[in-house]
Design a protein. Sequence first.
Length: 667
Amino acid sequence: MSVVGFDLGNLQSVIAVARNRGIDVICNEVSNRATPSLVSFGFKQRFLGESAKTQEIGNFKNTVGSLKRLAGRRLDDPEIVGNEVNYVTAELAEVDGQVGAAVNFLGESRSFSNVQLLAMFLGKLKETASHELKIPVSDCVITVPGWFTEIQRRAVLDAAQIVGLNCLRLVNDLAAASLGYGITKTDLPEDKPRNVAFVDIGYSSYSTAIVSFVKGQLTVRGTAYDIHFGGRAFDQVIVEKLAEHFKEKFKIDVFSNKKALIRLRAAAERCKKMLSANPQAPVNIESIMDDKDVSAIVNRADFEDWASHLFTRTELTLAKALENSGMAVSDIDAVEIVGGSTRIPAIKATISKFFNKEISTTLNQDEAISRGAALQCAMLSPAFKVRDFRVQDIITYPIKLQWAQTPEDEDTEIIAFNRNNSLPSTKILTFNRSKPFLLEAYYAYPEELPTGISSWIGQYNIKDVEPVNGGPAEVKVKVKINIHGVLSVIGAYTVEEKEFEEEVKLKDDKTKEGEGKGEGEGGEEKKEIRKVKKVVKVRDHNVVSITSSLARNIIDRYIEEESQMAANDKLIIATEAAKNALEEYGYDMRDKIMGPLSDYIDPAIKERFADDLNAVVDWIYDEGDDVHKSVYLEKLEGLKKVGGPVVERFRESEELARADRQLRAVC
Ligand code: ATP
Ligand code: MG
């Protein structure tokens, strides 16, 4: 059974696995410990992860990033129209009521929804993990930002399902990092908690969590998010300044040329990273557009000045998290940072100044979240034994339930899960009803939600409710925020107060007064039948739920399409391998029959065989460039029929010579 944690980043994703009694971050096919969160489409196949990145600039129209930010969104969502559209280089499109991308794939115009795109990428991560572990991967834990809402979480779960991943938990990024922190600390206090502030600033967003640790348990006390704050905002500052500079100096407008803009963005990111370690960084882009080469030098001081509005904003989220946790700076014992953008010196300085503390470096900035996710998976998986550590996370947005007014009750809503309610958590609500009724769940404060996310969570139809004894039934509804942070109604039933006859044991008076005699030692035991009232469940009700998960038929269609695309990718890779093998054989054999194998081939066929080998190589470069795998295999087999015996004769003669040498040596 696989135990895998995926840190799903908007720019790059990290995979950690539990094995050999420890947690390892694994490398992908090009030995990188993080995989670009990109998918791209080609004429013959898809390119996922690293291979999408390699072709990004040349194939930007068919490359889709921001997979995490697109999850659960619609095309007309203000967040998409006003923001994300600037970061996705492919054209965005509406697919099955969701935002997706329109690309050219296999020579045709195709569109894929965000859930499909995310599934493709998760499928790639799954394949990388399973290649490394050498077992099929299914059980996993996937991380999401704590600010993800119901619809976004369900989109990730749907995507995981499409590629056969059994997500044991969607865990909030910082809960995962905190788990990794807590489980390795052997000196956690028994009673007075150690309070740690965790700060994650990545590519597109910024999260802070204040977490209390005691031995064997962590409790998230408060969180805060700035969902439009991260590395790409800093890159954008550099892009805008340099674009201005290039306009003046080189008379070019990079914003008018998508490819030029993509190249400038990449250069700006490199420059920004360099400025984290150096006072100055050069930017050089050859032939950016209109055949012009551009260059500039950026000083760290300039960058800090250009981005000063972002640096001042850094503090706000820290203050909010502290406020939400009901703590003061003086309550914080340690500060831990993760995410690539916390490498920016001015950010580090702001965090350190805010908490009036040196930043600790217990965690690996790039890997802590994936490690925590793998640990969480190990704890949930029956296949692995891990020291128990309780993760007490909290919900981010209060949730209310609403219903139509009835004569039985005046209220029409209740906050079922309030701020900082623990997660997972179950509540039982009581309704007096004579007929079936509808409940609707909403986020209680829509203004707190990420832009464009609807406050609607789900609708639950409580069926088959009937009056009881001529009056309304007392219906209990069990509502749960589950381990993924997703809401569901897990049951509904009618209860009734019923009278029961119960046998009650009585002791005689002497014993009651207590004469120092223990039970059985004295006092006669008496029994009495009493009538007692008890509330009991009398019937269950069906609950029909409408949620923001995709409909079953859409998921099934996506599963089918995904498996076809995956099979096609596999076939293309296998075909490419067969072609390379044939080409290699052609070149190699041609040289060898003229060289070391020359004496072992029948002179009558030698010339003809050489011609055949040459012809195959020429054919590959010509009409044989793109044919079925079987054609390459057949041709290779045909050549080997002639070449095989030659190689065999050579080998036999070599063997004989070796045996002869050995014999001589012995004699
Ligand atoms: P998100 O958390 O938004 O989903 P992510 O998890 O993919 O994104 P990370 O891998 O944590 O993001 O961080 C990537 C960001 O960190 C990029 O914007 C990158 O430019 C930035 N970054 C990485 N190294 C440095 C550095 N040395 N100096 C400044 N920024 C850096
Ligand atoms: Mg991240």
